[in-house]
Design a protein around this ligand. Sequence first.
Ligand code: ADP
Ligand code: MG
Ligand code: MG
Length: 870
Amino acid sequence: KKWVYLFSEGNASMRELLGGKGANLAEMTGLGLPVPQGFTITTEACTQYYEDGREINDEIRGQINEYIGKMEEITGKKFGDSENPLLVSVRSGARASMPGMMDTILNLGLNETVVNVIAEKSGNPRWAWDCYRRFIQMYSDVVMEVGKKYFEELIDEMKAKKGVTYDVELTADDLKELASQFKAEYKEKIGSDFPDDPKEQLMGAIKAVFRSWDNPRANVYRRDNDIPYSWGTAVNVQSMAFGNMGDDCGTGVAFTRDPATGEKKLMGEFLINAQGEDVVAGVRTPMPIAKMEEEFPEAYAQFVEVCKTLENHYRDMQDMEFTVENKKLYMLQTRNGKRTAQAALKIACDLVDEGMRTEEEAVAMIDPRNLDTLLHPQFDAAALKAATPLGKGLGASPGAACGKVVFTADDAVEWAERGEKVVLVRLETSPEDITGMKSAQGILTVRGGMTSHAAVVARGMGECCVSGCGDIVMDEANKKFTLGGKEFHEGDWISIDGSTGNIYDGQILTVDAKIAGEFGRIMAWADKYRTMKVRTNADTPEDAKKARELGAEGIGLCRTEHMFFGEGRIDAFREMICAETEEEREKALAKILPYQQSDFEALYEALEGNPVTIRFLDPPLHEFVPTDEEDIKKLADAQGKTVEQIKAIIDSLHEFNPMMGHRGCRLAVTYPEIAKMQTSAVIRAAINVKKAHPEWNVVPEIMIPLVGDVKELKYVKKFVVETADAEIAAAGSDLKYEVGTMIEIPRAALTADEIAKEADFFCFGTNDLTQMTYGFSRDDAGKFLNAYYDAKIFENDPFAKLDQVGVGKLMKMAIDLGKPVNPNLHVGICGEHGGDPSSVEFCNSIGLNYVSCSPFRVPIARLAAAQAAI
Ligand code: ADP
Ligand code: MG
Ligand code: MG
């Protein structure tokens, strides 16, 4: 089996095998661009490494050695040579880009002998020793996990000793001294000498890349981004280009369009006399790419050409990494650039207008999960105008964030878990901070540019970020900082604007977002190409209106019980629950009926003739009983009972396993009068609204929850139909209505052919269906899911991302059994999964008529449905 490919043997279509980075290095090589040559070890080799118990087997090892030989031929350099030594970088590269998740090692191949050779040959000992100390540092950190900070401390000590601020001010001797300190540090921490043999170094580095596929950060990132563990990462071994040889060298990163706004202009940063991550790590502040034109006119002109070639070739915004060695340009990476949701929309529209992409392609280019940020609140324009910024950083990732200041990622997580909104303020961020960054509303950093870690990761997560606010005087140790004359402590409110980079004291009012402009264009295209409808889960007219604005075509789930918590209503509802006779219950229900009717009327009004599915009472009753003495007393008085009697009733409602207890249609079976009351409310509301708006097509859909046996449905339906028909006859109306059921108990899916005879529609309640299929509670799964992720039993939360294998099979079975029996049966989904893109795709593939999700997810579902259809 072929485990290794030269760059010249691959191309962009081999992403699965070569990883994104490797495939694109190969493609650039094919395009004739200046790429330092090398080879890629396949993702399959990574999978094999894990299968072999985290070992690189002999066959793969043999091919690696063979390809080192080929590389030596191509470059005319040799590993460990005393004439012309080969130095390489070892770079990870998965199929999907995982920024900052994997680690790169530069200058591999150096040892005491080689460093002296290159120092002498180049006449540039400073460079040689800079390379060596960097290599020891990276190798120790990445391969041996010694921890960066020890080395950084040594660098800081050296800088202090020499009285300099920047690493470029250290001399060859300083760096030589540092290299020997680093090696001593290595020996102390690891207990053996730093390896001198380049091949040993290389195998160690390759293993480290494979191993890093399974580090906790990578696992979290994959879970958040739907990347399967089974994909593995490729390893790229590439000959070095040196940006740290002096002042006619440097390293940079650039985008062909602005990743924050999408504007068509070259954007990026360049750092003279630097290597690798220096430009993004905030070691020194890099110069904007435009300035590179002044310092390196030829390399710049060449780079601009390369940008054009790449954009036209990939027909998408490119994110590139490059190095200039002695004024000569080398391309080290290109990929379709990560971008904010706003930029994604603009770029997609622009590419269509420029004739580079079709509408369908534009729709397919947008990551639906990204839209989320656009739907979140922005600062209120008036409030923003009235506020004076305390300071300004770079608007690195747009959005508005308002929260309490915290200083560490761990604090961010902890505070967020307590329900606090926080803004994470750091000198700079690193991959360890990812979870904390995710928990925060926004991120504010003192150092770093538009391509710093914080900026890139925040944009990826769609989170607001202001970076590089150098005016902040930071005191991380004491958890405080000053800006614009104000001292901030942990817990103080701060507001940051990720579009302008402005930083404000205190809280600034935010307002809801709108779908307009490019967002509107893309959504219109999505609607044009999708075949599945998108409804919303809404319990109140306000939610329904919001969802309509966001494009919902109906209500797929109205949870009637959520209406009972309003003013005055809960009392009547409690009287109903604690009724001991049918008479008592009917008396209480009579009080509830007008509330329900007016709620439903408002919903029908809000939906303007679009379908509305109303689910009858579902949750266990004890969720509604009073708990404090005052309420119990109130209820007792209203019922003419003693407090003790009420307490006894409440006790009798206790269940050991309420989610599998007296709930759903079981309530309607025991107390048909509840279902009758709800039917009257639905039908009366519909008749009234239909009267007021004869042009609307008001057809109520009554949904019976938690059915497991067709007889349950039949029994409850009888009361519903009798009541509905009587109401309609009494009103002299010609109203039509439907009665359907949730499919949320496995038995219902298994017997869907019987149930379909009695149901006008099915709606998959995949929250309960997942819970009942797996047999674990959605409220408790959080306790053990992490262990399941660690053990690789689960890669995702099955309550967030549909389990297509098991739960999905039940859904498919239900449709296949139900549709032939009842050809008019319409089928939807109303669990959390209705707004999850990969689940939406699955729903489309098994032929659902609609998905229903929470209002803010409606645009996401519209786009995902279009992508599934294209
Ligand atoms: P990441 O995936 O985290 O961006 P990379 O593999 O792209 O990691 O490496 C990070 C940086 O290291 C690159 O942007 C580049 O500056 C530097 N680098 C990698 N390989 C080489 C090389 N062969 N020559 C010079 N610099 C390199
Ligand atoms: Mg890179
Ligand atoms: Mg349910």
